[in-house]
Design a protein around this ligand. Sequence first.
Ligand code: 6PG
Length: 241
Amino acid sequence: MPKKPKILVFESNAELAKAAAVIFRDSCKAAVARRGLFSVALSGGKTPAALYAALAAPPFRDAVRWRETHLFWGDERCCPPDDKESNFHTAFVNLISKIDIPDDNVHRIQGEVCQVEPVTAAALYEEELLSFFKSERPAFDLVLLGLGADGHTLSVFPGSARPNPGKLVTIGKDQLGLWRISLTIEAVSSSAKAIFLVSGKEKAAILKDVLDGKKGLPAAEVDLANGELIWLADKEAAGLI
Ligand code: 6PG
């Protein structure tokens, strides 16, 4: 019987971002106390920008151990890192450019390589994950996830071919036919904690479908074997649940 996910509803996206920043800060504190470092996979799209901005300002900027924090990405668009569509770019502008984090702690997916050679870029990222986690399954301390209006998460879209078991990184085309690189759903299953950030009334119908367990929706397939999955939604997105 799948575990019932925890659902937290907030008055606004700003409140949601603040709650997510508290989870980020506390996950970092616990991970650094336990093993001296904190690994987190950032999500893409627009929703996390408010969280990144909260983390880049007091009190969170000064509470998070950035020098012990390792940033990864759940997925990336195949474009240069300075492209406004790049998930790295969103995190760089709102967070990375404002904190004291060593360059080596920023494990960017090379979108510019993916533009030319998606398979090579995916292999490079898989290599980076395997060498950092020294295991065939990354055990992130925290994974941030978004929810697309079609039920996708990361860049795993409904109807996309499922990768072979054990695969950590996959490539595929998005709704606009643009190449993306993504962690597989399986790759996040060993994480200690994953939080979905869902904001806006345009997500209300899909959030209900996902939480009702509707078939064929990648976001509904996220299942942490021994970790904690929490849904953070603002009131608009939670309007139908
Ligand atoms: C991406 C994502 C994707 C995103 C959702 C929600 O690269 O687009 O990682 O999974 O999280 O599409 O996007 P918004 O936050 O922009 O609604």
